[in-house]
Design a binder for this molecule. Structure first.
Ligand code: FNR
Length: 188
């Protein structure tokens, strides 16, 4: 089975971000059939349709990079019950020009991570709403609303809670199977 290349988008720019720690932890525990790469989004100029005639180089590079992935994993906090602006901006940048969205058909998974007990449910589902429009088949189960994020990492960023680590391993295994269902996704 060929290794699938997965782009990981993290919805937080914070240095000590729990979501970034989670993305890094997932990168270390990835099943053999997946190679996870975190894609930077903080450098992308704010989307402005006027710029599409002569797009900033950061947009061009980002769009090209996303196009090459076999799937996309979103790991995001919840800001005011929704998706942080930096992640929504990256999604908007990748979705244009009209008809040339780089997201089209890429199998996705969504994980929300929050210190709160609700685990970012609101952002997780707002994000899913955009992914429906973008024609990204999103893994339905297992869902991943990771709460209590301030209590699950050890000093070196490792997942220190056994039950959480087992859940994450199951989530990644499920996503690896999901990605296999869309063999053409990296060539769009
Ligand atoms: C938050 N936070 C938050 N948490 C939550 O569970 N639901 C929410 O609606 C919000 N809203 C919100 C808005 C803004 C502007 C900030 C800065 C924060 C708290 C948030 O979960 C917490 O700061 C996390 O630590 C953010 O994720 P990272 O940066 O640790 O990955």
């Amino acid at each position: 089975m060929a290794t699938k290349q997965i782009g990981v988008l993290v919805g937080s720019l914070r240095k000590e971000s729990f979501n970034r720690k989670m993305a890094e932890a997932l990168t270390r525990m990835q099943p053999g059939s997946l190679n996870l790469e975190i894609v930077a989004i903080g450098q992308l100029p704010m989307y402005n349709q006027d710029l599409d005639e002569n797009p900033p180089k950061e947009w061009v590079e980002f769009r090209e990079r996303i196009r090459g992935f076999d799937g996309i994993l979103f790991v995001t906090p919840e800001y005011n019950r929704s998706v942080p602006a930096v992640l929504k901006n990256a999604i908007d940048v990748g979705s244009r020009p009209y008809g040339k969205s780089v997201w089209n058909g890429k199998p996705a998974a969504v994980m929300s991570v929050s210190p709160s007990a609700l685990g970012g449910f609101g952002s997780n589902h707002h994000l899913r709403q955009s992914l429906v429009f973008l024609n990204m088949p999103v893994m339905q189960q297992p869902e991943a609303y990771v709460g209590g994020a301030d209590k699950i990492f050890g000093e070196r960023g490792e997942i220190s809670v056994d039950k959480t680590r087992e859940f994450l391993q199951g989530f990644m295994k499920g996503y690896a199977s999901w990605v296999e269902r869309f063999p053409e996704a990296g060539t769009r």
